[in-house]
Design a protein around this ligand. Structure first.
Ligand code: THU
Length: 134
């Protein structure tokens, strides 16, 4: 529970720094690694819209830059009528660094939350094992 609160605090804080002048939809993400370190990221948009990056991608980039590659838990927060699920691309990005059982907590800034898992968000995901015959 304490672990989750630290993720909520980190994601809430980093969300304030989101660069979202086009959608005006600020998102924060925070993850805890196997070592216990917390990394956070926010969405960073671009005038060339497809060049924008999601909050989850930012948190993952921070983790990898810090030398770690295993996510133990991840939380995402936005100001939305209901907890916002990660986009399809982010589900695949999370699955690269997290096992199917890893908890994913989706939050709104008004206190709603939904606990799910990597497997629930991305059933039947494409994994390295699918290339075993190469
Ligand atoms: N966005 C995220 O950062 N994460 C999500 O899980 C959903 C969408 C961002 C991308 C874009 O900057 C804005 O939210 C609107 O789609």
């Amino acid at each position: 529970m304490e672990d989750l609160m630290s993720l909520l605090e980190a994601a809430t804080a980093v969300r304030e720094n989101a660069y979202a002048p086009y959608s005006r939809f600020k998102v924060g993400a925070a993850l805890r690694t196997a070592s216990g370190a917390v990394h956070a990221g926010c969405n960073v948009e671009n005038v060339a819209y497809p060049e924008g990056t999601c909050a989850e991608a930012g948190a993952i980039a921070a983790m990898v830059a810090a030398g770690e590659t295993r996510i133990a838990e991840i939380l995402v927060i936005a100001d939305s009528p209901e907890p916002v699920p990660p986009c399809g691309g982010c589900r695949q990005k999370i699955a690269e660094f997290a096992g199917p059982e890893v908890p994913v907590t989706l939050c709104t800034i008004d206190g709603q939350s939904l606990r799910t898992s990597v497997a629930d968000l991305l059933p039947g995901s494409f994994r390295a094992a699918h290339m075993d015959r190469v």
